[in-house]
Design a protein around this ligand. Structure first.
Ligand code: CIR
Length: 255
């Protein structure tokens, strides 16, 4: 099944070594991050996507995590209002880029905060995590926009993780990779949960694209679980992005 046609990514900036993080894994090595990023782009291309690569922005150390600045639906794109003050300005210029692909572009406005990493698309429904980066104003604005275009949204209470998709991701065909606080979250009681073991928690952020699942390198149990379901797998090493709490989904917009 082909669902996505395009991806937009932003090359990491040298300033990424000063990116936000709660991980205690040391600073990313820039050269290594660039190499991993280019392998990631190759993986997206292998999944059949046309990839637009944006220039690095030194002013914004976290700007390679482009997923957070927009929500791209089949009907419209929504420019977010990122919840971390150091990331607010990252949305500058994204409208012009998205206009090449979309005629309908909406935006989240103050006092709404919303990070794209908190938004999980499941067909026409969007789950929105109320994290430290996404508030109820942002979530409600997004739900109203989605409804204008015939889609729906609902909020998910959360306590521990950075973003919703840090701990739960939809890999289509009714299958969700789930870990940590989301295993027992009432919003996800009725779904088909593929439980990612605690020691492989990071791999819950694996990325479905057109029937291939891109999995972070070094998480064999999760990889096998996904493979056993019949998906094709591409492994990409994201160790340098993990040092900044970033995973595979964070590094692109896909639509
Ligand atoms: C941040 O804290 O904002 C970045 N260091 C990591 C963002 C990861 N993005 C995502 O999960 N969508």
């Amino acid at each position: 099944m082909k669902k996505f046609k395009y991806a937009v990514v932003r090359k990491p900036s040298q300033s990424m070594t000063n990116g936000l993080t709660s991980a205690d894994l040391g600073k990313p090595v820039y050269e290594k991050a660039l190499e991993q990023h280019s392998n990631y782009v190759e993986a997206l291309k292998q999944c059949g996507l046309l990839v637009k690569i944006l220039d690095p922005r030194e002013k914004f150390p976290d700007s390679c995590f482009i997923e957070d600045i927009a929500v791209c639906t089949p009907h419209c794109a929504i420019i977010t209002y990122p919840g971390a003050p150091s990331r607010n300005g990252e949305t500058d210029g994204i409208e012009k880029i998205l206009q090449k692909y979309y005629t309908e572009i909406e935006e989240i406005i103050f006092p709404g905060n919303l990070d794209g990493g908190d938004v999980m698309m499941v067909d026409d429904h969007y789950y929105i995590g109320l994290s430290e980066r996404t508030n109820i104003h942002g979530a409600n604005q997004l739900i109203a926009i989605l409804e204008d275009y015939g889609m729906t949204g609902s909020v998910v209470e959360m306590n521990d993780m950075l973003h919703l998709k840090t701990g739960i991701n939809y890999i289509e065909n009714g299958n969700f990779l789930v870990t940590g606080e989301f295993i027992d979250n009432p919003s996800f009681e009725k779904i088909n949960q593929l439980i990612v073991p605690e020691e492989e928690e990071y791999a819950a952020n694996s990325l479905w694209i057109n029937d291939t699942v891109i999995v972070p390198e070094g998480y064999p149990k999760t990889k096998k679980m996904i493979e056993d379901l019949g998906y094709s797998i591409i492994e990409v090493d994201t160790s340098e992005f993990r040092k900044l709490d970033g995973g595979l989904s964070c590094l692109s917009l896909r639509f």
